[in-house]
Design a protein. Structure first.
Length: 252
């Protein structure tokens, strides 16, 4: 992925990693379009950061995805990068039937069906662009499970394998598939995560991601150093120890 000169749509960019990445990419000379559910935040962001475009989109709603995607493509026909960022994380208790089902359905709808529906809405347009990218967002937890967030772990593992699979299908097209694999980052994804000593500072994470995009333009996975402990446990042969260490440090 080239770091500048793109037109980028980032649904789920009103806070956290999504917003920070949007601002960093704008600063690198890209036209950035964000999406989110909260109109007041979208208006605040566009007022504070001139040049950013914003659309209200609910990535849990298939109709909203279809309608807004058509508008984005019609009004920004040069759009060549899709980054489906929207994601939620829930602590769940799978030892009781009433402890997880509603939460699990919400997580899978947001984290997995949302990106799938967005890719479906954009893939044909992206194939018309000479240099296009789908940047998916998984997690270190796609490779090492956090005990208290089963559905989140599963959704991100599915995003990883989805990325691997569609990269094969799109190999002979102009569309590249890159997977961003964050570690725990200091955001509000879970209560207390922003202040957790185990979480990577957001500004450091974004700076390292941008540097990797610059230095490794042909990379298929964007991995900051801190995620590699989780990403490669099985390959190193210390997966069981990584699982124990991760869950021993979990405050939940």
């Amino acid at each position: 992925m080239q770091i500048s000169g793109n037109t980028i749509f980032i649904p789920g960019a009103t806070s956290g990693i999504g917003l920070a990445l949007a601002l960093a990419l704008q600063a690198r000379g890209n036209e950035v379009i964000i999406g989110g559910r909260r109109t007041e935040l979208l208006e605040q962001i566009t007022a504070e950061h001139p040049g950013i475009h914003a659309y209200r989109i609910d990535t849990t709603d298939p109709e909203s995805i279809a309608t807004v995607s058509q508008r984005v493509i019609a009004e920004h026909p040069d759009v060549n990068v899709l980054i489906p960022m929207a994601g939620i994380m829930r602590v769940e208790d799978w030892t009781r039937a009433e402890g997880f089902l509603a939460s699990s359905e919400e997580v899978i709808t947001t984290n997995l069906l949302g990106p799938i529906r967005l890719i479906s809405a954009f893939v044909e347009h992206l194939r018309t662009r000479p240099d296009a990218t789908i940047l998916t967002v998984s997690s270190g937890l796609a490779f090492t499970p956090l005990r208290v967030t089963p559905s989140y772990n599963a959704s991100k593992a599915a995003i990883h394998m989805l990325s691997e699979s569609i990269r094969l299908q799109l190999a002979d097209t102009s569309v590249r598939v890159i997977e961003l694999e964050p570690p725990s980052v200091a955001t509000d994804l879970l209560p207390g995560q922003r202040d957790s000593a185990a979480a990577m500072p957001l500004n450091e994470f974004i700076a390292e991601v941008v540097e990797l995009l610059v230095s490794e333009p042909d990379a298929t996975e964007i991995q900051v150093e801190r995620v590699k402990f989780l990403r490669y446990g099985e390959a190193r042969g210390d997966y069981d120890q990584v699982v124990v260490a991760l869950n021993a440090s979990d405050p939940h």
